[in-house]
Design a protein around this ligand. Structure first.
Ligand SMILES: [Ca+2]
Length: 131
């Protein structure tokens, strides 16, 4: 019974496009984000490893806090895989504090660029700008 429920939740997670599974060091590569074009995607570590947070813009309503997904102050990379939206990253929850914007297709490792943002992102907003 427990196994069946777990399988159901796994199927539901896939349906929702929710990816919060920890990935093994060997398996975790940049493609964890790049393989899912059109998503907003974060890695836990600056070398594109660790836990991945990934959602399509249609799954991100208004301002999205990352703490309910256990990803508050955790992202060390950011990937705007959309071709039609701007991604806004916020220092605090409810889209407050300092903000960093990433255009469509942009990818950052906060280990090398915009280092201040490493482990600081608490909420995000995705603005559709058309193409
Ligand atoms: Ca923060």
């Amino acid at each position: 019974m427990g196994k069946r429920i777990a399988a159901l939740f796994a199927a539901l997670a896939i349906t929702l496009g929710l990816a919060l599974a920890p990935a093994g060091p060997a398996a975790a590569v940049y493609s964890d984000c790049a393989a899912y074009a059109g998503t907003i995607c974060f890695h836990q570590h600056g070398n594109f490893t660790g836990t991945v947070w990934r959602q399509y813009p249609g799954q991100i309503f208004n301002c999205r806090n990352l703490s309910p997904d256990n990803f508050n102050d955790k992202a060390s990379t950011a990937f705007n895989g959309t071709d039609d939206s701007i991604l806004y990253l916020y220092e605090h929850s409810n889209c407050t504090g300092n903000v960093l914007s990433l255009g469509a297709g942009a990818v950052r490792s906060f280990a090398s660029t915009d280092q201040w943002w490493n482990d600081r992102i608490s909420s995000i907003y995705v603005k559709w700008v058309g193409r």
